[in-house]
Write a protein that binds this ligand. Structure first.
Ligand code: IPD
Length: 292
């Protein structure tokens, strides 16, 4: 049977609010401490990541037993993403922020068909902001305000020197990927005279999903990251593209990114924004290639 996208959207919204309550109460009760690290002190997990994912997967499997489920905390590398209808879920995107009570973490609930992100719901319980979209039906903030937001942002982004760029450091702090990122940050920030792009500034806020939603609503102009996963981006991918933004590979030349490609470059939409030229210009500053 063909998935009922509106019904799926509404169900994901209800789960996002439920998950948001669990997250908010954990912070209020001071229970938001780490319970383990996966790789190092920048790659953390809490009991809430697991509890929230468990609540979401149990609910989704009960209502939609025929669809696949792909979640960060139960990820099995021997079962990669397939063409089947699949829920792609990050129970807490921005786990480090959650642990530090920095109000920039969210529940990220995506649904993909044929590996194409099709429904997306992202909810930040600290600010009570909900972003959601169904492919082909527009993107919304708090279910009523259509994205992109009207306001001065809809001015075309005239070039990288006017851009507020979202980047992330990730949890790999050595090796070629680290080198590529750090050297690229340097080039992007450097003055024109010295051969750089001189972007206006960087923000590194710690949630891939919310970074993409910020690009969708126009409070951020670009977002570049290597190393995050499909559950970090699937939901917000729909929101971004429905808001007129584009997403491509984080490596130069990749015009057809895949949701599990682990390297992403997103640019906000705007009338005659010249997004493709901006993508090429941004790519030209990347120092090396991301190997994820
Ligand atoms: C992380 C966040 C972070 C990004 C990492 C992700 P998590 O997700 O999205 O911004 O830099 O790549 O893994 O671990 O908090 O769900």
């Amino acid at each position: 049977t063909t998935p009922d996208l509106k019904e799926i959207h509404d169900f994901l919204v209800s789960l996002a609010f439920k998950a948001g309550d669990i997250i908010t109460n954990a912070i209020l009760d001071n229970n938001n401490s780490e319970t383990g690290s996966k790789k190092n002190s920048a790659d953390l997990v809490t009991e809430y990541d697991r509890a929230v994912e468990n609540m979401i997967s149990t609910s989704l499997k009960a209502k939609y037993p025929d669809y696949e489920f792909h979640g960060e905390e139960t990820y099995d590398p021997t079962r990669p993403l397939t063409e089947a209808p699949t829920f792609i879920v990050d129970p807490i995107d921005g786990t480090i922020n959650f642990i530090h009570s920095f109000p920039y973490a969210c529940v990220s609930l995506g649904f993909a068909i044929n590996r194409i992100p099709t429904v997306g719901v992202v909810y930040n319980p600290s600010t009570k902001t909900l972003y959601s979209a169904i492919k082909g039906q527009g993107a919304f903030r708090n279910q009523e305000t259509r994205l992109p937001l009207k306001g001065d942002y809809v001015e075309p982004l005239s070039g990288l020197p006017n851009a507020l760029v979202s980047i992330e450091w990730g949890s790999d702090r050595s090796g070629p990927n680290w080198e590529t990122k750090v050297r690229t940050f340097e080039k992007l920030g450097q003055s024109k005279e010295d051969g750089g792009a001189m972007v206006r500034s960087f923000r590194s806020l710690g949630s891939a999903a919310l970074n993409l939603c910020s690009v969708a609503e126009g409070t951020m102009d670009l977002y570049w990251e290597g190393g995050c996963w499909e559950w970090d981006v699937c939901a917000a991918w729909v929101i971004l593209t429905e808001a007129g933004g584009i997403i491509v590979d984080g490596n130069p030349g990749g015009w057809e990114p895949s949701v599990d490609g682990r390297r992403y470059l997103a640019i906000r939409g705007a009338p005659e924004a010249g997004q493709k030229e901006l993508v090429e210009e941004f790519w030209s500053y990347i120092q090396g290639r991301l190997e994820y």
